[in-house]
Unconditional design. Structure first.
Length: 101
């Protein structure tokens, strides 16, 4: 609303403030999405630490997250060297994970 009234009254300070607030809000929203992924990674990592050999389906059930999201978390954790596959030769749905040594 501030941006609209600023345009009609040619108040450019109010307009720039309103635009700045919109950009900041968008940035904070984006940061929250990134942080949510990191928090989910930590939840999955904690579950794997407590249950070595856990499968993605079991982890998803335990943490209350869809299996595809847990698979993405496990992929990131594996790429970062925090988690390893116990057996890579089985079907992807049956792969189990443990912490790296």
């Amino acid at each position: 609303m501030n941006a609209w009234t600023a345009q009609t009254k040619a108040d450019y300070a109010a307009l720039s403030t309103a635009l700045c607030l919109c950009v900041c809000a968008a940035g904070l929203f984006g940061e929250d999405l990134v942080q949510r992924g990191h928090r989910q990674d930590l939840t999955v990592l904690a579950h794997v630490a407590a249950h070595p050999g856990a499968e993605a389906r079991g982890i998803a059930r335990a943490v209350g997250t869809p299996e595809r999201v847990v698979a993405r978390n496990l992929s990131r954790l594996t790429e970062n060297g925090l988690v390893v596959l116990v057996d890579d030769d089985v079907h992807p749905a049956l792969r189990s994970y443990r912490l790296t040594s």
